[in-house]
Design a protein around this ligand. Structure first.
Ligand SMILES: Cc1ncc(COP(=O)(O)O)c(C=O)c1O
Length: 396
């Protein structure tokens, strides 16, 4: 049985009419840049996340860049993030002229490990003359950027406490976590509303995906929201008067219309992803695959929305051979991510070596994402489990 990694046409069938109606209205208005479609989506998304302000952006990458620029992060600064994430997270830090610094992840969630973070802050950084925290390369550490990888929030209570202790800002990379909840000490809170600012991606394959690139930045503070709006429009307050240099980071009205049509479905889609993840866990256990395939963490007890399985990445023994076997059987799978960021060629100047972040490096060798999209059928999950079982049980 052919099982695709993702099947967007199945999703489109559910939202076709609403998407078409919104796009038809937009074409009637011909207001493609900013305007009501963007503003209406921004307030719907703000309400969904439960944050103060939402500012639509041209992609998740541009949303991150706008946040860093609005914080005036630049040369001489540093931002700490995970070495095991999509490239943009560290790429944007570099593009601002700042130094990307890393701390290793935990073996289960593959999210930033607060213990490793604490170790880095306490023993690798030094106090600068003005009381700032300097990285080993001598740059001023300004912020921690935890990535809620694969749809599960980082341990934010610990991260926020460390940030406060060391005087650092916190920016959430929630690109993969729209609708995920964090059961924090102060109550359950949505990804994106935990720290002072955050960003999401609407890349078509995301759990809330547009019909092209799109993203959004969210924040608590009204003045910061104003700075984000300034950054997304060339630093322009009054027309053709530029207070600062920003960029064209505007969310297309067309994309806003598409993701607005999909937003009411997101909670149900996330629940379906969770059901699929639970089905995989049962199917692997029934086939005795526990020693071969390590499943991603289950949602935290009592907090089912704490994992929305944006990706369902297992840790697999003999991963590359398993991937070849699945692809030969017409089962979609992918590696997120084959090279951790500290070992990327473009970051060679940071001087990292293999072994610096062993947990991230092991994940890059072992992790394999399986189909998890909401419309995946039970028999397709069984077929994936059968194919994996056939691979490990074959005489080799
Ligand atoms: C973790 C993470 N951060 C940032 C991004 C960047 O988002 P975009 O592709 O919308 O620029 C993505 C998405 O690809 C992502 O998965």
């Amino acid at each position: 049985m052919r099982v695709p990694l993702l099947d967007l046409p199945r999703q489109h069938a559910l939202v076709r009419d609403d998407v078409a109606a919104r796009i038809a209205r937009l074409f009637e208005s011909q207001q493609f840049i900013m305007g009501p479609a963007v503003e209406e989506f921004e307030s719907a998304f703000r309400d969904f996340v439960g944050c103060g302000y939402a500012v639509g952006m041209s992609s998740g990458t541009d949303a991150q860049l706008a946040i860093l620029m609005a914080m005036r992060i630049g040369p001489g600064d540093a931002v700490l993030t995970s070495p095991y994430t999509f490239f943009a997270t560290a790429g944007c830090i570099h593009r601002c002229g700042a130094e990307p610094v890393f701390a290793d992840v935990t073996g289960d969630s593959l999210n930033l490990d607060p213990e490793k973070l604490r170790e880095f802050l306490e023993s690798r950084c030094t106090a600068g003359p003005d009381g700032s925290l300097l990285t080993p390369r001598g740059n001023r550490l300004r912020a921690i950027l935890p990535v809620h990888l694969f749809g599960m929030c980082c341990p934010m209570d610990e991260i926020l406490a460390l940030a406060e202790r060391f005087g650092l800002a916190v920016i959430e990379d929630a690109a993969q976590a729209a609708g995920a909840e964090y059961p924090g000490a102060g109550g359950t809170i949505n990804a994106g509303a935990i720290a002072e600012s955050a960003y999401f991606s609407f890349f078509p394959t995301k759990n809330l995906g547009g019909a092209g690139d799109g993203g959004i930045a969210v924040c608590r503070d009204p003045e910061f929201a104003e700075r984000l709006r300034l950054m997304r429009n060339h630093g322009m307050g009054q027309q053709y008067f530029h207070r600062e240099v920003g960029g064209n980071f505007r969310l297309d009205a067309l994309q806003a219309a598409v993701v607005h049509a999909k937003l009411p479905h997101l909670a149900g889609w996330n629940a379906a992803r969770r059901r699929n993840a639970a089905h995989y866990a049962r199917a692997f256990a029934a086939r005795g695959l526990d020693g071969f395939v390590r499943t991603p963490p289950a949602p935290l007890p009592g907090f089912e929305n704490s994992h929305i399985y944006h990706q369902y990445a297992v840790r697999a023994r003999d991963r590359d051979a398993l991937m070849a076997h699945l692809r030969a059987a017409d089962i979609g799978c992918a590696i997120y991510y084959p090279v951790p960021l500290h070992l990327q060629e473009c970051f060679a100047y940071l001087g990292h070596r293999a072994g610096d972040f062993p947990v991230a490096e092991a994940a890059a060798r072992e992790s394999l994402a399986l189909p998890i999209f909401p419309e995946l059928r039970p028999e397709e999950i069984e077929a994936v489990a059968d194919a994996i079982s056939a691979f490990y049980k074959q005489p080799r």
